[in-house]
Design a protein around this ligand. Structure first.
Ligand code: F6P
Length: 358
């Protein structure tokens, strides 16, 4: 058992609905165990600048259902430098912060592991709408963002039906097509295009022509932002002109972008955030750190951060020389199993989208 008097908490990277529910859970659990909590404003940049705010049960009492992050967020390249880390650790020491909970994506976890190695035990919580962290089946924010996306597409559907149009919708998900897949299936999109799988444009155009011939008026196509043309420009916009040129059907383009990162979190995001937040505090008290809370087959489990980061690189084909050296054969097998699982999930969703999209 570790004795902590004060825990720091921050949110970093792209915000996600449910981050506030995490903050509230951490604060309430910590106070129940007699531990003080201090919030760091603006992510790792706030740790470097020393922007701290005391968090009490009262100050977080109404945040569970709010979007964004009450602690604010940023992306902070300076934190990856020796000097940035030195100043951040100094902030922790000066303010008697014994441990940190860092909510965000893979960049946030790199920060948490660096802090741990510099003497501040830290735990990561997965908060990003993209669901792009290989070690966990679920990241806080995905459910809200897909529900918001689907609500927007339902609106588009009305006007598309009135005008017998097609709407191409480009959704967020930096390198990951999960938002596109879920939103596409749930909105009855006739096609979904994602970076993880080759998109058969000719087949999609053929399908569009056939559906129109059969009298279908409105059609939705969902494209993940990570799918780009060879020159790096967004494929979604190219697809709009190809559809118009080759089918003659009036086609509009929509990019909801950051809109789907806001909004009140769904029950799924509030509950998962609460569960992960509370469990993270328990783990710190049990003396565990340098882990990321993951949801695996419906259970919340702690996964070593280095394992999570390298599994991610393995999945994204971004391994660097020596990355695998510190892992046992069993751990490497476990990484491969996670990757297989993720690939199967993408294949399954992609197939469902293709089978039912009409
Ligand atoms: O990481 C979440 C995410 O919303 C991605 O889907 C998107 O590509 C990126 O962040 C946008 O980043 P920024 O908020 O810096 O524009």
């Amino acid at each position: 058992m570790a004795t902590f008097r004060k825990i720091g908490i921050l949110t970093s990277g792209g915000d996600a609905p449910g981050m506030n529910a995490c903050i509230k859970a951490v604060v309430n659990k910590a106070y129940a165990l007699g531990i003080e909590v201090v919030g760091i404003r603006g992510g790792y940049a706030g740790l470097i600048r020393g922007e701290l705010v005391p968090l009490t049960q009262q100050s977080v009492s109404n945040v569970i259902g709010t979007g964004g992050t009450v602690l604010y967020s940023s992306r902070c390249p300076e934190f990856a430098t020796e000097e940035g880390m030195r100043v951040a650790v100094e902030t922790c020491k000066k303010n008697q912060i014994d441990a940190m909970i860092c909510i965000g994506g893979d960049g946030t976890f790199r920060g948490a592991t660096d802090l741990t190695f510099h003497g501040i035990p830290s735990i990561g919580l997965p908060g990003t709408i993209d669901n792009d962290i290989t070690a966990t089946d679920y990241t806080i924010g995905l459910d809200t963002s897909i529900n918001t996306t689907v609500a927007m597409i339902d609106c588009l559907r009305d006007t598309c039906e009135s005008h017998a149009r097609i709407n191409v919708v480009e959704v967020m998900g930096r390198h990951c097509g999960q938002i596109a897949l879920y939103a596409g299936i749930a909105s009855g999109a006739v096609a979904v295009a994602i970076p993880e799988r080759p998109f058969d444009e000719a087949a999609a155009l053929e399908k569009i022509r056939a559906l129109r011939k059969n009298g279908k008026r409105s059609m939705i196509i969902v494209v993940a932002e990570g799918l780009t043309n060879p020159d790096g420009t967004p494929y979604a916009e190219t697809l709009v002109s190809r559809i118009e040129e080759q089918t003659g059907i009036s086609t509009r383009f929509v990019r909801p972008a950051h809109i789907v990162r806001g909004g009140n979190p769904t029950v799924r995001d509030r509950t998962t955030a609460s569960d992960m937040g509370s469990r993270a505090v328990e783990l710190l008290v049990e003396g565990k750190s340098n882990v990321v809370m993951c949801e695996l087959d419906g259970e919340i489990r702690a996964v070593d951060i280095a394992f999570a980061l390298i599994a991610d690189r393995m999945y994204k084909n971004k391994l660097k020389e020596g990355d695998l050296d510190r892992f046992s054969a069993d751990e490497l097998d476990a990484m491969r199993a996670l990757i297989d699982k993720r690939n199967r999930e993408i294949d399954r969703l992609y197939q469902v989208a293709a089978d039912v999209g009409f």
